[in-house]
Design a protein around this ligand. Structure first.
Ligand code: PLP
Length: 461
């Protein structure tokens, strides 16, 4: 029914046994009538909402009369007998979301008939631009459910209650670090490792102990065991899949051994897994989280590498530290962007995220092949390169006398960007190493960049 005016409105009655018990109202800011097909869809969603509400009401009544659940089974017959009363707002919200996918609108309202004073009660007004406060920490419920479901896809049971939505993975990592350390504490980091870990340690007045990373096999567990003996390590910040900068992935055995070692010392692991979804093998390489029995692993990731960094949506599965991380989130930045959370939640549920990931992985793998071929063709002999099974990065070990910082400066002068090894360690090691990024679609400019790099390395030799 078009009520005219500057907006377009539609009200669909909610019917129970031929009686009107409420309305669904959808509103558009512009004048643009709803089609018959959209109205029919809306009616079928309205029927779903009635069943959900009926279920909740019957259950509440049964409970009030202290009746057993079986009674509810008989009363409701074909509908679910689960207690859905507390889930009702979520169910209705999901229905409204589904409606919005097929019937675009600016906001929706649900009016229920109030028998007591013979009026209609506006139960839910759902504004799609400014959503309600339910998205404050731990974050948008639908998004956390979708993230939790992705863990199920990996074979992991990750309760959504332990997922805290953050402004990108970087905030998740920082909050986890804050949750388990105090100024002066020692934190184990990788070397070479992601420089943001060192920056966070410096900012929080912590001390870093560097654990060597082998470019092929990843973290040196013997060195970690020795560090745990000799230093009062309060936390570890490691990448287990497609490490930045080497691209190394820990084997399943090493991940298990890592988790066991840390459990023995009761040391939490902040696991940075931002590239985990970008695997070239068919399966997600299980994170260390998969082997954690004590809630000691805090698994952090985001949609920055798989969708776009600008959404700034990440999360921490914070295990036994969830409450603390949640509180810190509230105290620091309050909430991640509410529209971005809602948009990504919707995309995960309906938008074909897995299809997108399959395409992205195939592109990245093809780009890696191009990069490896160009390196073999255009760089001088004696350059060693890693062969990652996912992610964005390859790590180059150049002949010992080549200075990566000089190379970086010379490359920039020719419009070529690379990441020099020393930025990946507190002790400024890796002077003859560089990280290259194969995250961009291959083209003649990238080919030329590798050629320039080859020439500069040869000149330095
Ligand atoms: C290893 C690693 N961890 C975390 C981040 C930060 O991710 P986000 O953009 O989601 O904060 C990055 C981004 O560059 C990264 O490379």
């Amino acid at each position: 029914m078009d009520l005219g005016g500057a907006r377009t409105n539609i009200l669909v009655p909610l019917l129970k046994e031929q009686t009107v018990i409420g309305f669904f109202g959808l509103y558009r800011q512009e004048v643009c009538p709803f089609s018959e097909k959209q109205i029919a869809l809306l009616e079928s969603f309205a029927a779903q909402a009635v069943i959900a509400m009926e279920n909740a009401r019957l259950y509440a009544e049964a409970q009030e009369r202290t009746l057993q659940l079986e009674v509810v089974t008989r009363v409701t017959q074909e509908v679910s007998t689960r207690d859905v009363s507390h889930e009702l707002p979520g169910i209705l919200r999901t229905i409204i979301h589904q409606i919005r996918r097929v019937v675009p609108c600016d906001y929706a309202a649900l009016a229920l008939y109030n028998e007591e004073d013979d009026s209609f009660l506006f139960e839910t007004v759902y504004d799609f631009a400014v959503r309600d406060w339910a998205d404050l920490p731990p974050g948008n419920e639908q998004l956390r459910r979708q993230i939790s479901l992705r863990y199920v896809g990996m074979g992991l049971s990750q309760p959504m209650e332990e997922i805290v939505v953050t402004n990108g993975a970087l905030e998740a990592l920082n909050l986890c670090l804050m949750a388990v350390t105090r100024p002066g504490d020692v934190v184990a980091v990788e070397s070479p490792g992601f420089y943001a870990a060192l920056q966070a340690i410096e900012r929080l007045d912590l001390r870093a102990v560097e654990i060597p990373v082998d470019p092929a096999s990843g973290l040196d567990l013997d060195a970690l065991a020795a560090a745990l003996q000799t230093h009062p390590v309060r936390a570890c910040w490691f990448m287990t899949n497609f490490q930045n900068p080497t691209g190394a992935t820990l084997s399943i055995e090493k991940k298990k051994a890592l988790v066991e070692l840390l459990a023995k010392h009761d040391v939490p692991l902040i696991e940075d897994d931002v590239y985990g979804e970008l695997h070239f093998q068919p399966e997600y390489p299980l994170p260390a989280l998969a082997f954690d029995k004590h809630g000691l692993v805090m698994h952090c990731s985001s949609f920055s590498k798989t969708l776009a960094p600008g959404y700034r949506i990440g999360w921490a599965c914070a295990g036994r530290f969830t409450d603390k991380v949640q509180r810190l989130k509230l105290m620091t930045t309050l909430s991640a962007s509410i529209p971005a959370q809602a948009g990504i939640a919707d995309y995960l549920q309906y938008g074909g995220y897995d299809k997108h990931l399959r395409k992205l992985r195939a592109s990245l793998q093809a780009q890696l092949r191009e990069m490896e071929a160009a390196i073999a063709r255009l760089l001088p002999r004696g350059v060693r390169v890693t062969h990652p099974a996912g992610g964005y990065f390859v790590w180059l070990e150049l002949p010992e006398h080549v200075d990566a910082l000089t190379l970086h400066r010379q490359a920039i002068e020719q419009g070529v960007s690379l990441a020099p090894g020393p930025i990946f360690s507190a002790s400024r090691n890796f002077r003859h190493c560089v990280r290259l990024n194969f995250g961009h679609p291959w083209n003649a400019d990238i080919e030329r960049a590798v050629q320039v790099l080859g020439e500069l390395i040869t000149q330095a030799t």
